[in-house]
Design a protein around this ligand. Structure first.
Ligand SMILES: Cc1cc2nc3c(=O)[nH]c(=O)nc-3n(C[C@H](O)[C@H](O)[C@H](O)COP(=O)(O)OP(=O)(O)OC[C@H]3O[C@@H](n4cnc5c(N)ncnc54)[C@H](O)[C@@H]3O)c2cc1C
Length: 439
């Protein structure tokens, strides 16, 4: 479609990998005078989601890596509205935000209506429990910083309990943990937990060692990290088995109870903690929030231009969108590099809108996938002309490539100067701080 030049209010919902990069770039490009750019986000600070398994295992102090939205907005010429989106009124071009309460349950902000000329939805996704009984009640997820913190606190509590029980029950006291889903999140968290637990002795839990934890990784399919080649899947599995993880493939979970995980074949595994990481879906309640077309997994269906099917003024990007590109067999995958590329694409779309030009379809450039098994190993594949197609990598070079994804995110949301300083600061911070964050 061709559009009139715009003097506009651009509302972006969700300040994650995609949304924060977008508002930063739009703010830097247009400034406050030209357009009014508003970010709606319920959290006060941003933590890059692919770090959450490290936060959950205590390997990373998220306080040191978070970015405050308020200061970021002041620096990059956009407005930050600290609330969650509750409803989209397409007819009036208005969004309504939810009420905000403080820790004591007192109302801080009432419902609020914000007008938009263009709306960009970047609310991410949540773990898909596929309706499995007991998951919502008894399992934990890694969908947000709060959930990662909750997992870490519970982990520490359970480790302390087992450590104390060792005095009474000897070596029999054990902490059984089940991780469900052998994709990147499940695999990376497993390795990170082994790393943390091995270090606990030097953090005062004198009787706790790796034998005190039974870590089981359950995957319904025939191999781990199915997005990667069979060879890499095998390597990942071998590494985890060497680390003492009980990897079970073709293990379909039928129910999660208060203290166990039941499999379809009748096996029941004891579990003091269960982490569910089996796939991504759209936010629950999205269908009440909007009448936009949703996919079977509850994500917002978009055209290749990232405009929603029903409304050309509303765009969706990142994990919350379902984007099937022409000629592709599968939708664009929910990954950090997708979020980054879509944000970049949206900056150009606004440029085209402003010039009254036709919008262009999004092109996904798969740069490969890397899996970090904590400090033990990094492996995966890179794609592109530079490496002559597809190349399997592991070790130090893979680690550097893996780290570069986060560094690119920092540069993208903080700019070259501040992003560069932050990267240097984090490097020295790592040397100065303890290895684990266990509070
Ligand atoms: C543990 C873990 C490890 C991962 N590792 C990798 C990896 O190694 N490589 C990779 O490519 N990808 C990885 N991913 C996937 C990657 O994190 C996501 O694909 C990416 O973050 C998606 O970006 P997004 O902006 O769409 O969503 P998010 O980054 O999830 O951001 C969504 C934002 O929307 C906000 N929000 C939610 N609901 C509302 C609402 N109602 N109103 C307003 N705001 C709302 C949220 O608070 C959040 O800030 C990992 C994910 C996890 C959980």
């Amino acid at each position: 479609m061709t559009n009139k030049p715009l003097k506009t209010q651009i509302v972006v919902v969700g300040g994650g990998a995609a949304g924060l990069a977008l508002v930063r770039k739009l703010g830097a490009k247009y400034g406050r005078e030209k357009h009014d750019i508003i970010l709606i986000e319920p959290n006060r600070t941003h933590v890059w989601k692919p770090l959450l398994h490290e936060v959950a295992a205590g390997a990373l102090d998220a306080n040191a890596d978070e970015i405050g939205y308020g200061g970021h907005a002041a620096r990059w010429n956009y407005r930050f509205f600290p609330a969650a989106l509750e409803k989209i009124d397409r007819e009036r071009q208005m969004v309504r935000t939810a009420q905000v309460f403080d820790d004591d349950g007192e109302l801080i902000l009432d419902n609020h209506e914000i007008r938009y000329d263009y709306l960009v939805l970047a609310m991410g996704g949540v773990s898909n429990d596929f309706g499995t009984p007991g998951v919502r009640e008894h399992a934990m997820f890694l969908d947000s910083r709060a959930e990662a913190d909750r997992f870490r606190n519970k982990l520490l509590g359970q480790c302390l309990r087992v450590d104390a029980l060792h005095d009474l029950e000897g070596k029999d006291a054990n902490l059984p943990i089940c991780i469900i889903g052998g994709g990147a999140t499940g695999v990376e968290l497993s390795a990170e937990l082994v790393n943390s637990v091995r270090a606990l002795r030097s953090y005062g839990l004198e009787r706790f060692d790796q034998d005190a934890m039974t870590l089981t990784l359950l995957e319904a399919g025939p191999r781990l990290v199915p997005a990667l080649s069979e060879e890499i899947s095998e390597n990942v599995r071998d590494e985890l088995v060497d680390l003492g993880v009980d990897v079970r493939l073709e293990a379909m979970v039928s129910e999660v109870t208060e203290n166990s995980v039941k499999l379809k074949d009748g096996t029941e595994l004891p579990a003091a903690m269960v982490l569910w990481a089996a796939g991504v879906r759209g936010h629950h309640g999205l269908s009440e929030m909007t009448d936009l077309e949703l996919s079977r997994s509850g994500t917002i269906v978009v055209e290749p231009t990232l405009q929603t099917k029903n409304d050309p003024r509303i765009f969706a990007m990142g994990d919350c969108c379902f984007c099937m590109l022409p000629g592709a067999e599968r939708p664009v995958p929910p990954r950090a590099q997708t979020a980054h590329q879509m944000a970049e694409h949206m900056v150009h779309q606004f440029d085209r809108l402003e010039k009254g030009q036709r919008l262009e379809p999004f092109v996904y450039d798969d740069k490969g996938s890397l899996i970090s098994l904590s400090r033990f190993e990094t492996l995966g594949s890179l794609m592109g002309n530079l490496v002559g197609g597809k190349m399997a990598i592991r070790g130090r070079f893979a680690r550097m490539a893996y780290m570069s994804l986060y560094r690119m995110h920092l540069l993208s949301v903080l700019g070259w100067w501040r992003g560069g300083l932050t990267i240097v600061g984090q490097f020295f911070g790592k040397v100065a701080k303890p290895r684990l964050k266990l509070h």
